[in-house]
Design a protein around this ligand. Sequence first.
Ligand SMILES: [Zn+2]
Length: 105
Amino acid sequence: MVQPNDGTVPRRELYARPVKDRIRITETSCCGAYEWACQGGQFLILRARCPEGYEETGRGLYRQARSVWDLLISAHENEHRRENMISGAVKSRSRRPRARRDPAA
Ligand SMILES: [Zn+2]
């Protein structure tokens, strides 16, 4: 889904790693959605692309990249919360006992 970039959504671009430039991944978010990386004295966030490759975003100084990371992680956690609320609602609906029909009525 393509969303308009109004400045709140970090811009992502295809990650193209220079051959000699080492990258260190030091942190992985829940379910591996994002990876926190350091390369050439800069920090960046990687996300696996389907079917292959990576997108990067937030490349820059620690504080700048970390604020993008925090934004992405909190958005990701909200997605899980929404999913849990939806699946919780479905479960509680199916668990609710059915109204019994009174045979005498
Ligand atoms: Zn997750």
